[in-house]
Design a binder for this molecule. Structure first.
Ligand SMILES: [Zn+2]
Length: 272
């Protein structure tokens, strides 16, 4: 038995329509929440979880008025990871592990739909979410983990992965790659592809496909948003440069972020 991914599905577990889209060119019309579903011989693994059935059932109330008004989530049960796992013919109870880039409300909402899964994340992220500073209180929604997830916090350090320091999260082929900046313990998740090479789910280390290129491009409203919500500006920009370097130099690594729709559409139909 092995935890090596044998098949990878790309799901979006949210659709976000920011209010600023009404001003042409300021932000993209639509953002996604890119989630991976990995099939392994020992069960299923989710990378990030998007919004969950409780977020949808409560009509977004627990997400907060400011978030709903500004970010514009279109809450749809069919988009939750729970429903998509079922639609693919799987039993949600077979989801044994959830690996999170971070605990922001648009990434952690699905946790309660998989209450028996082990939840892997950076130790610093769990510490931030459980004891948020004043300005972090809006981004973390404690109700999303009031069921008591089986947290598996990972410390930084470990081994080299493409010049980054990674730590094995699930088996040998799903790695947590610390990329702090957006939040205190934000991480990417590297997944070995069955067809060869790697995916790097970079979470919210950047928001727009042009961010990972040199010269960088990003609609101005989205660029300002990234600054507004960053926990550590210096760390974020250092990690963005490292991701640009990775994207430019490693053909065997496909880098994508959580919210860019173009990156998602390019991978949605890819069978691994
Ligand atoms: Zn996000």
């Amino acid at each position: 038995m092995s935890l090596t991914p044998t098949r990878i599905h790309h799901l979006t577990c949210a659709t976000l329509c920011p209010s600023l889209r009404r001003v042409p060119g300021l932000v993209p019309d639509q953002l996604v929440a890119h989630v991976l579903l990995l099939e392994t011989a020992e069960g299923l693994v989710l990378v990030d979880s998007g919004f969950g059935t409780d977020d949808v059932a409560q009509g977004g109330r627990r997400l907060g008025r400011a978030f709903v008004a500004g970010v514009g989530p279109r809450l749809d049960l069919a988009q939750t990871a729970l429903h998509q796992v079922r639609a693919l013919g799987h039993d949600p109870a077979d989801v044994r592990h959830v690996v999170l880039t971070h605990l922001d409300l648009d990434h952690a909402g699905g946790l309660a739909d998989f209450p028996d899964a082990q939840v892997h994340l950076h130790r610093a992220e769990l510490a931030a979410a459980l004891n948020p500073r004043l300005r972090e209180r809006q981004r973390y929604v404690a109700a999303q983990w009031e069921h008591g997830p089986r947290w598996q916090p990972h410390d930084a350090g470990g081994e080299d992965w493409c010049g980054f320091t990674a730590v094995r999260a699930v088996g040998d082929d799903v790695l947590l790659v610390p990329l702090p900046g957006h939040t205190r313990g934000h991480s990417g998740v590297a997944v070995r592809r069955p067809s060869g090479g790697w995916f790097l789910h970079a979470g919210d280390a950047y928001f727009f496909h042009g961010d990972k290129k040199r010269p960088r491009s990003c609609p101005p409203g989205l660029r300002s948003f990234q600054v507004m919500v960053q926990a550590d500006r210096t760390a974020r920009l250092v990690n963005l440069e490292r991701l640009q370097e990775l994207h430019a130099t490693r053909d065997d690594v496909t880098v994508f972020c959580a919210h860019d729709r173009a990156e998602f559409l390019a991978l949605e139909g890819v069978t691994d």
